[in-house]
Design a binder for this molecule. Structure first.
Ligand code: MG
Length: 390
């Protein structure tokens, strides 16, 4: 590629480069349906690059650093948090996107946003909020991500939220999830998600399968002997023993996890490339109207991943220490919620005015869902420990 005129590639040039480098079914920034509140385009960043940057600069994103993925943040400094999980999903998604000719910037934005709406304390927090909001409009983390980027983040004078492109907002809502309410018409429920969104969904599962194995071993929840009942682990062990005869311990474990991620990513790329050909996908329109998902794993990999997930479910996600943490988290999120609802005057001023606009329960839910684990714990102490500073 030759040097740009005046030393800088303009947005128009970067968009033209997308035209040349993306596959015909990759989403071009130039073809975005745009933002809800029109804004002038940037001099040298595409629409999806800007979306990604807005997400990274949001306060909800920074708070992911102190939100539990599976292992509570204070249990150890090496465990994944929501933030590092999202970074792993972004990295895997970008690899897949680049190999398949999809839009890497869009993938990155979607990966970095996909868990933004999660409560403190992982899934326990979500369960608690679902139960508490049952009669007040419900709670679901994808919808909460959308609320954050459309309403709750306040940093621009001209509009609430981050004013992200339509494609990013659509993809948040179409993130794989069991949903009881239909999608709003505005988000074209009849359209299949973009390939970039499909890839991020699958990269999410690759990331958590493997980092949960990688975190559970040093946490002492499982041993390598336990994992030997999982076929993928046996394959990885055999491969690592072959590549590096005689290694064991931490390095061997890390090599096995590394090999497993590579195996899953390679399978995803190859299988997706195969179904692009089989389903004759040649444009974004073809992606939108495809009868079944285009991105995916092979049947064999599906089965093996399924087996690993059953194992993780039984041995890690329902481990007595995880359950105890979850029950405790639910209990104190419930107590904080009821205390704020009983007297909303205890909310910070901006959430008091938000309560007048959105309703007390919804505002309390937004406030609690945005908390980090440690902030929620401190709130609990301030409410219920008589000598805690308030
Ligand atoms: Mg995730």
């Amino acid at each position: 590629m030759s040097a740009p005129q005046n030393g800088i590639f303009t947005r128009e040039e970067i968009e033209a480069r997308e035209e040349r480098s993306l596959a015909p079914y990759g989403m071009r920034s130039r073809e975005s349906h745009g933002r809800r509140f029109p804004e002038p385009e940037h001099a040298y960043r595409t629409a999806f690059q800007r979306d990604r940057d807005r997400i990274v600069h949001s306060s909800a994103f920074r708070r992911l650093e102190y939100k539990t993925q599976v292992f509570v943040n204070h249990e150890g400094d090496h465990f994944r948090t929501r933030l590092t999980h999202e970074m792993e999903v972004a990295q895997i998604s970008r690899t897949v996107a680049r190999a398949l000719g999809l839009n890497e910037d869009l993938c990155e934005a979607l990966a970095l946003i996909h868990d933004l709406g999660h409560t403190p304390f992982g899934h326990a927090g979500q369960d608690a909020m679902q139960e508490l909001m049952k009669d007040h409009g419900g709670f679901e983390h994808n919808l909460q991500s959308l609320r954050i980027v459309e309403t709750l983040e306040r940093r621009y004078p001209d509009f609430p939220g981050l004013n992200l492109t339509w494609e990013v907002r659509e993809s948040i809502l179409k993130h794989k999830v069991k949903r009881d309410q239909p999608l709003p018409d505005e988000y074209r429920p009849d359209w299949a998600p973009l390939l970039e969104a499909q890839v991020v969904d699958l990269a999410d599962s690759i990331a958590y399968d493997h980092h949960d194995v990688d975190d559970s071993l040093p946490a002492g929840f499982i041993t390598e002997e336990d994992l030997a009942e999982v076929e993928l682990w046996r394959i990885a062990s055999a491969e690592v023993a072959k590549r590096y005869p005689g290694i064991d311990g931490k390095t061997a474990r890390r090599q096995k996890v590394r090999f497993l991620i590579d195996l899953a990513v390679t399978d995803l790329i190859r299988t997706t490339a195969g179904s692009l050909r089989a389903q004759k996908i040649a444009s974004i329109d073809d992606v939108r109207t495809a009868k079944s998902a285009v991105a995916g794993f092979s049947k064999e990999m599906e089965a093996r991943k399924g087996e690993l997930q059953v194992f993780l479910n039984a041995r890690v996600y329902r481990h007595h220490r995880v359950l105890r943490m979850q029950e405790r988290a639910k209990r104190f999120l419930r107590d904080i919620f009821h205390e704020y609802v009983r007297n909303p005057g205890q909310l910070p001023p901006e959430f008091q005015s938000w309560a007048r606009e959105a309703g007390t329960e919804r505002a309390v839910c937004d406030y609690i869902a945005g908390m980090t684990d440690r902030f929620a714990q401190e709130e609990y102490l301030k409410f219920f420990q008589p000598f805690e500073r308030v």
